[in-house]
Design a protein around this ligand. Sequence first.
Ligand SMILES: [Zn+2]
Length: 526
Amino acid sequence: MSRFLLIGLDGAEPTLCERWMNEGRLPALASLRDRGAYLPCASVEPPVTFPAWCTCVTGMNPGRHGIFDFTEQVDGEYAIRFVNSTHRRAPALWNILSQAGKRVCVLGVPGTYPPEAVNGIMVAGFDSPVATRIDRSFVEPPEIYDEVIAWRFADFQEHDIGEGWHTMAHAKLLAKIDDKAEIAERLLRREPWDFFMVVFGESDTVSHHFWSFHDPQSPRFRPGKESAIREVYEKLDHAVARLIDAAGEEVVVGVCSDHGFGGAGTGVVHINNWLAENGYLTFAPARGSMLKRAALRFTPHAARGALFRAFEGLAARAESHSRYAGIDFAHTRAWSDELNYFPSIRVNLAGREQRGVVVPGEYDAFCAELCERLESWDVIACARRRSDVYDGPFVERAPDIIIELALENSYSHSCIRSRGGPSFRRLQPDEYPGGKERGMTGNHRPTGVLFLSRPTPCGAARLEDLAPTVLAELGVAGPPMDGTSLLSQYSESEAASGYALASASVYSQAQERAIEQRLRDLGYFE
Ligand SMILES: [Zn+2]
């Protein structure tokens, strides 16, 4: 029976892999392609890291595993909560394999905090709300904490992009790949395992922040660090080679990304300003929140987290406030959370929302009208209802309308928080480096990569195909999945659907503050 090594390169982009493989710069990936397979791999819609990895490890679309983003709206409230691994409603590979008596080792997969008790080792992903070095809660079992400490504490903020930031960030990213590869290599050689999974996030981070150096065609091009992305890919290729070598014989290897990457242009889309312009949304008259917003704008990053806490006490409430306080819901039919990585719209539906105004009998017609009008706006490629995008019992956790922004000469627009004003604007040259309220210089794209060490008859893959492919190679039956195996035949077993999943737990206030700060540091929230 085989073992399976799955290596995730977050955001690895097909066109970059192809170019640098052809130039001989990525020998490990090229070798997988030549002896096995190299396929484009479709992400989830929209291509967001959290739900994408959950789909990869469950074989199911977000409508069935229930994870759409780092946050979800609290039922009946204009408020969000942070989600964690206990909100996932479908078994992951490590649940199924542990129950079948297989040994697993899972390192750094986004969306895995708190780590589950598995038959083996689990180190949770970058989103772990771990604020201090004495907090061992991101590791299971806790005894291996000292060995993996380097996994977590080499991070840096990605929010205030000032002088010297890129030089610091580039060096840290390269060093982190080495640290992680070393930890993974040691565990690969020492631990007994049947399934080993490790995700590197550095390919995603470098692409968000260094695209304008890398791409001379970018309207935001800046000279200086042209090779930063390539150097990260080269180092990751070297890590892939190390891990494959450490894994030994009789191992099937997969290397995949959760989505691809492309450049962001100079266009900025303010969805709530468009909704206001078109009579769907009314901004609230500015009061205390205006003061607070002004204060936040001129507060140095380091003090901002403290300010949020002083104002609101609770991190989720601070983020909720930041998203919703500026909206007069009694006079609003639809609004957007305006997340750059997840452009979408929520309908202010009566009976569902606290101050809902759209009556249920008009909901369908209203969504249809809104989608049509959004699609007539030239910055939007498509606007679809959630039921047309997802399938499963948890579709209602998603926003009502999912938006795909149009590309302009292959560059994406950035979706940025509205504060009244125009629905579309151009970044000014001093904003091109990105950061708070300027978007990032690279954004996610819907197609990632998949490399397999064995040939497959398939010409393309979806993230849903990864979990059944792994289980089929390990000879373990699992629940019915949305994907299909790319190698051997996957055996579905209805009996295998009956996993006792953890009941959803909420974060403590301290954890909530830690995750809020972490995500803010990573530039996820404005
Ligand atoms: Zn990602």
